[in-house]
Write a protein that binds this ligand. Structure first.
Ligand code: EPZ
Length: 424
C-alpha cells in the first residue's frame, strides 16, 4: 500500500506558488458545455477531480485536450445526456453538470453524486432551483435522476424567482448555469458569495450572460440563446493557501505564498493574526508572507459561508490550535460529520473535547508520531500537518483522498523544508 512518511519537527520556510483552485476550476469546466465555442482555462490544478471532470466531459461528446495546467474544451455537439454511474460516484462535483446539460440539451440523466464523507450532502437545493427554472426532475429510489425541460408557454417573459434557504455553493452554481441559455430573467436570492461562485459568474458574463449583483447574495441573471467561447485563468486555491499558511504557523515557520488573492482570505488571515502570526500582504503581487510567533495563541473560530471562516480549513486549523497556548474553540456549522480527524489527533496526544459541532482544544501539546489515515480530502491534509508538528516519523495512508484536491502536497511541503518520503 502506498503511503508517505513524514518526519516532524522542521519549521516550514521558503516561497511557493499556490496551485489553481479546484472548486473554481470544476464548475468552470462544466460551464464549457453551454457553448459550441472553444473554452480555454489556464491555471487548472492537476488533480484527480479535474481528471474525472475531463472524462465526464469527453463522455458527453466534448473534445477535451490538456497540456500542463491548460485545458481546452469544445462542446460543438453532445452525443449523450447520460453520465456514467462509476464516474459520477467518484466526485460530488459531477452534479455541476446537471444545470449546463439541462440548459444545452433539455435533458440530463445521472446518479446521485459521490464525494467526501463529511455529512449527508443532500442535493435538494440544486433540484428545487432547477425545477424553478422550468426543468422537471424525477428521482428514483436507486438514486437515478432524470431531468428534462417541462412544458411551459414558449414565450412567457415573466421573471423567475428562486430563493435558496441556505447559500449552497453548488446549488448557486448549478442555477447560474441552468439559467444561462434562457432569455427569461431570473432573480436568485440567498445565493452563495464564495469567490469561486464569482469566478463562474465572471466567466458566464464573458460568454454573453448578463449578471447583476456578483459577489452579493442576490443575483439577477439574464441568459442568452447563444453563448460564445472564452479564455479564462483559474484563481489560486484559497484552501491550499490556508493549508500551507497554517502548516507554517503550526511548525513555527516563515513562508511566502504567491497566486493568492488577499481579499478572498479575510477570515483566515484574521484568525492567523489572532493566533499571533505576522502577516505581510502584497495585494498587487498577489503574495502573502507569514511569520509564526515563538508560540501560537489560542483562538475561537466558527465556520460559516463566505466571507466567514471556510469549513474546508476547519480540520487543518484545528491542528494549529493543538500547537497554541491556552484553550481554543472550533465550531463547525456547515457539515455535520467533519470532525473525523479528532480521533487521530487525540491518539497523537492532542487534548480535544467534542460536543456536537463544537470542539474545545487544550494546548499546547507535543504531538507524537503515529500511523495515520487520510479519511477525506481536508482531514487528510490535516493529518499531514499534524505529522509535521509531531515528534518522530509518522506514516499517512490513503493519500488518494488528498490527491483529489492537492496537486502534490508532499513535494510542495518538501520545497518548504518538510522532510517527507513518498513510498509507492
Ligand atoms: C462546496 O461544496 C465545495 N466543493 C466544498 O469543498 C465546500 O466544503 C462547500 O462548498 C462549502 O464551502 C466544491 O466547490 C466543488 P454546499 P458544495 O452546497 O457545493 C447543505 C473541499 O474540501 N446543502 O455549499 O457541495 C450541505 O449539506 C470541498 O474542497 C443542502 O442541504 O457545498 C451543507 O451542509 C468539500 N442541500 C451545506 O448546504 C443542497 O442541495 C453547504 O453545502 C446542497 C447543500
Amino acid at each position: 500500500m502506498n503511503y508517505i512518511e513524514v518526519e516532524g519537527g522542521h519549521p516550514l520556510a521558503g516561497e511557493l506558488a499556490v496551485q489553481g483552485s479546484k472548486n473554481a476550476a470544476l464548475p468552470m469546466m462544466a460551464a464549457a458545455l453551454l457553448t459550441p465555442g472553444p473554452v480555454t482555462l489556464y491555471g487548472c490544478p492537476q488533480i484527480e477531480d479535474v481528471d474525472v471532470m475531463c472524462q465526464l466531459l469527453s463522455h458527453l461528446g466534448a473534445q477535451v485536450s490538456r497540456r500542463g495546467d491548460q485545458i481546452q474544451i469544445q462542446a460543438k455537439r453532445l452525443r449523450t445526456r447520460e453520465l456514467p454511474k462509476d464516474l459520477v460516484h467518484r466526485m460530488r462535483s459531477s452534479i455541476m453538470l446537471m444545470g449546463p446539460l439541462l440548459a444545452r440539451t433539455g435533458g440530463a440523466e445521472l446518479y446521485f453524486p459521490g464525494g467526501c464523507v463529511i455529512g449527508a450532502r443532500p442535493i435538494d437545493l440544486h433540484l428545487e432551483g432547477l425545477s424553478r427554472l422550468g426543468y422537471q426532475i424525477i428521482e428514483e429510489a436507486d438514486g437515478h435522476l432524470h431531468g428534462f425541460r417541462g412544458m411551459e408557454p414558449l414565450e412567457d417573459p415573466g421573471v423567475r424567482r428562486i430563493h435558496l434557504r441556505f447559500p449552497s455553493v453548488g446549488a448557486t452554481e448549478n442555477i447560474l448555469m441552468g439559467a444561462a441559455l434562457s432569455t427569461r430573467p431570473v432573480i436568485l436570492s440567498g445565493a452563495a458569495k464564495e469567490p469561486e461562485v464569482c469566478e463562474l459568474a465572471r466567466m458566464l458574463v464573458q460568454m454573453g450572460v448578463k449578471i447583476e449583483g456578483m459577489g452579493s447574495d442576490q443575483l439577477i441573471i439574464q441568459g442568452a440563446r447563444h453563448l460564445r467561447g472564452v479564455t479564462m485563468r483559474v484563481m489560486g486555491d484559497r484552501i491550499v493557501t490556508g493549508t500551507y499558511l497554517v502548516a507554517a504557523a503550526a511548525t513555527g515557520g516563515h513562508v511566502s505564498l504567491t497566486n493568492v488573492s488577499p481579499l478572498d482570505n479575510g477570515a483566515l488571515f484574521t484568525a492567523l493574526e489572532q493566533m499571533g502570526c505576522r502577516l505581510v500582504i502584497h495585494e498587487r503581487q498577489q503574495r502573502v508572507e507569514l511569520q509564526a510567533p515563538e508560540t501560537l495563541r489560542a483562538t475561537e473560530i466558527c465556520t460559516a459561508p463566505h466571507p466567514g471562516f471556510a469549513t474546508d480549513l476547519q480540520a487543518i486549523t484545528m491542528v494549529g490550535m493543538t500547537q497554541a497556548e491556552g484553550v481554543s474553540r472550533m465550531e463547525e456549522t456547515i457539515f455535520e460529520n467533519r470532525f473525523r480527524h479528532v480521533e487521530a489527533l487525540r491518539r497523537m496526544g492532542a487534548r480535544i473535547q467534542v460536543s456536537g459541532g463544537r470542539a474545545t482544544i487544550y494546548g499546547k501539546t507535543q504531538l507524537k508520531a503515529d500511523e495515520l489515515q487520510a479519511t477525506d480530502l481536508r482531514a487528510g491534509a490535516a493529518m499531514i500537518i499534524a505529522a509535521l508538528c509531531a515528534q518522530g516519523r509518522s506514516r499517512i495512508y490513503h493519500l488518494e483522498h488528498v490527491r483529489r484536491g492537492y496537486e502534490n502536497i508532499a513535494a510542495d511541503l518538501g520545497a518548504l523544508g518538510a522532510v517527507i518520503i513518498t513510498k509507492d
